[in-house]
Design a protein around this ligand. Structure first.
Ligand code: PEP
Length: 250
């Protein structure tokens, strides 16, 4: 039985005051239940404050990206060791915006996945195709290749802890959602790739989220699918009311 995981990716939004108010509002709305997991991934300047605010609440805090090295002369970067030291638990890796605007390659994503495990962070590994790739019937090949490369040289014990987020790029921030059936088909393909890489029980235990214009109106249908174990949410995670509704659906 895989525990659903609903994660909010705030991207580059909110001031510190807004971030703190969001946490206060969300705290009052979430039931303390073991049935699902709720994660907030705020901008880096708010991570430590939100980790403190999340103590005693059913909320984990994650970063939106990180560097692959523990330390070094990398101006502006945040390291896995730093994230671990402030108590962050998750890190989103290979988000399509990182791949598109910061040239994050599959190989870099793989190095970061390895670094995340080294520092006890759970990676949320993002994969997904562009609209052109979908229209050319390349979704399955593209996503399979991204998964294989992200998990290269990751052993079973670590792989079992990972979260994969299937995010078709054409559905991110566009209001266009993949149909639940289409999303599930790709998530099932991801699980079959993981089954080729790892033992059946490990592949069965890895949680696979769908991401792309998820909102309260479509979450239940998505979560009812056999291979969708949660959601990675951008826009709808910015409002405590809608994010609480998503978290409660998990
Ligand atoms: C995302 O940023 O990962 C995302 C899925 O965004 P949105 O929910 O806004 O489409």
């Amino acid at each position: 039985m895989r525990k659903p995981i609903i994660a909010g990716n705030w991207k580059m939004y909110k001031t510190m005051d807004e971030a703190v108010s969001f946490m206060d509002a969300l705290a009052g709305k979430l039931k303390d239940s073991d049935a699902s997991e709720t994660v907030i991934c705020p901008p880096a300047p708010y991570l430590a404050t939100l980790v403190e605010k999340s103590k005693g609440l059913p909320i984990q805090i994650g970063a939106q990206t990180m560097h692959e090295n523990a330390e070094g002369a990398f101006t502006g970067e945040v390291s896995p060791a730093m994230l671990q030291s402030i108590g962050a638990k998750y890190v989103i890796l290979g988000h399509s915006e990182r791949r598109q605007y910061y040239n994050e390659t599959d190989e870099a994503v793989n190095r970061k996945v390895k670094a995340a495990f080294e520092y006890n962070l759970t990676p949320i590994v993002c994969v997904g195709e562009t609209l052109e790739q979908r229209e050319a019937n390349e979704t399955s090949a593209i996503v399979s290749d991204q998964v294989k490369k992200a998990f290269a040289e990751i052993d079973e014990a670590n792989a079992a802890k990972a979260v994969v987020a299937y995010e078709p790029i054409w559905a991110i921030g566009t209001g266009r959602t993949a149909t639940a059936e289409d999303a599930n088909e790709v998530c099932a393909k991801i699980r079959s790739v993981l089954t080729d890489l790892y033992s059946g029980p490990v592949a069965q235990s890895i949680r696979i989220q769908y991401g792309g214009s998820v909102k309260p109106a479509n979450i239940e249908e998505l979560l009812s699918m056999s291979d969708i174990d949660g959601a990675l949410v951008g826009g709808a995670s910015l409002d405590p009311e809608s994010f609480a509704a998503l978290a409660e659906a998990g």
